[in-house]
Design a protein around this ligand. Structure first.
Ligand code: NAD
Length: 427
């Protein structure tokens, strides 16, 4: 992709870090290039529905605490809405709306029969006992039960929620409906109809896109150096999978800090320390004084796998990686996108790169509806087919329009959702 014809997202005068404004900028930019009219883009720039809820929860000490939460459903032209539920103190309506919108484009770029949704409860689950987290999970599901369901809106895990939380929520919904309803939620424990391969799916899918991108750049995976920001579900499993492909993981970070070893980290040792103490105690690597310096290390592949807005106008010029693989949602701002494109850095956009999670969530839902379950090999094989095919489609679109992969991915998904809305007679 040449940087001579820059058609990536235009920089905004003042860099906005509000994800709702960012996604609207991305829609405008890609929608215009895709030839979609302003009227139709106006439909896509707003979620169809956002539910605000508050619900009381009895705490272990007998007191009552009121929690607040949201569920946003962006667009259901292609099917029921789908997207995670996060438990985080910073959850707010704009964030949930933006995340629901990203889910619509993510589902559509990999051609799933879903629209986008997202939910969240304003809380930090680390502050509560397991029993309290269970009551918060059940309280939230009860509060949103009218608008979710296997044919309406299907939640999944997100930041600080997990398979156990999904199990409690599924149980609450099933009790309310009077029958076992595993298809209401994905990312469940295997015993309750979860899918084999779901836990690793986001990381595995992201690795498939990296492999395709390395082929595009005609670079071998073996020996490629990697820095990973975030060492949770996505980042940690990616470290293992990339190492298994022969890559050298030279730096990782978590909320406590970042470690660097140019000869390659001893991953087993670092993972053991993550589980028992802190990665910063790794005796064989150097702790970076400024953890964010991990982003500007001289590596082949940079994987943001933690937070939003970590690559911005301020630091984009310092990025030296050849590939930025967005395991996290929204790590790069539009202004930073522009800078990276001009520097010929290949950004694998979140809506494509981390779609493996929702793809295997879709497989889970299909298995629940059929009541027939697949082997892990079958799941991983189908995931690979979908990720590789989607990457190729996005890459071809980017070549045709001489644009970045994010814009190309949005163009494909906006066109698909628009076609579905048109076929349904929405305009
Ligand atoms: P997680 O909670 O399992 O892990 C997050 C990691 O980020 C933790 O290791 C945490 O310590 C680290 N972290 C937090 N603040 C940090 C900081 N300032 N610097 C460096 N690291 C920091 O979450 P996850 O499921 O791995 O999700 C990570 C990202 O991937 C999120 O943006 C999420 O939306 C996205 N994502 C996850 C999935 C999935 O299936 N898990 C799917 C799609 C997208």
């Amino acid at each position: 992709m040449s940087s001579s014809t820059v058609t990536s997202v235009p920089s905004m005068e003042k860099e906005s870090l509000n994800p709702y404004e960012i996604v609207q900028t991305q829609i405008d930019h890609a929608g215009k290039l895709a030839g979609v009219s302003k009227d139709v883009l106006d439909i896509l720039k707003k979620p169809k529905r956002v539910l605000y809820v508050s619900f009381p929860v009895k705490m272990d000490d007998g007191s009552i605490r009121v929690f607040e939460g949201y569920r946003a459903q962006h667009n259901d032209a292609m099917g029921p809405t789908k997207g995670g539920i996060r438990f985080h103190p910073d959850v707010n309506m704009d964030e949930v709306k933006a995340l629901a919108m990203w889910m619509s484009f993510k589902c559509s770029v990999v051609n799933l029969p879903y629209g986008g949704g997202k939910g969240g409860v304003v809380c930090d689950p680390h502050d509560f006992s397991k029993a309290e987290v269970q009551r918060i999970s059940r309280g939230f599901m009860e509060a949103i039960a009218d608008i979710v369901g296997p044919e309406k809106d299907i939640p999944a895990p997100d930041v600080y929620t997990n398979a156990q939380v999904m199990g409690w929520m599924m149980d609450t919904f099933s009790r309310m409906k009077g029958h076992f309803s595993p298809g209401v939620i994905t990312g469940k424990p295997l015993i309750l109809g979860g899918s084999k391969g779901r836990n690793e799916a986001t990381a595995r899918g992201c690795v498939f896109t990296i492999e395709e991108a390395m082929k595009t750049l005609k670079k071998p995976m073996k020996g490629a150096t990697v820095a990973i920001q975030g060492f949770g579900n996505a980042g940690r499993i990616m470290a293992d999978l990339l190492a298994a492909e022969g890559c050298k993981i030279v730096a990782v970070s978590d909320s406590k800090g970042a470690i660097y070893q140019p000869e390659g980290l001893n991953l087993q040792q670092v993972e053991h320390l993550k589980d028992t103490a802190s990665i910063l105690e790794d005796p064989d690597s150097q702790v970076l004084d400024h953890p964010e310096d991990l982003l500007s290390l001289e590596v082949d592949i940079l994987v943001p796998a933690a937070l939003e807005n970590v690559i911005t106008r301020k630091n984009a010029n310092d990025i030296k990686a050849k590939i930025v693989a967005e395991a996290a949602n929204g790590p790069t701002t539009p202004a930073a996108d522009n800078i990276l494109f001009k520097k010929d850095i290949l950004v694998l956009p979140d809506i494509l790169a981390n779609a493996g999670g929702v793809i295997v969530s879709y497989f889970e839902w299909v298995q629940n509806l059929m009541n027939y379950y697949w082997s892990e090999e079958e799941v991983n094989g189908k995931l690979k087919d979908m990720m590789v095919h989607s990457y190729q489609e996005v890459h071809t679109m980017a070549e045709e329009h001489k644009t970045d992969l994010r814009t190309a991915a949005y163009m494909i998904s906006i066109k698909r959702i628009t076609a579905a809305m048109e076929a349904r007679g929405w305009f």
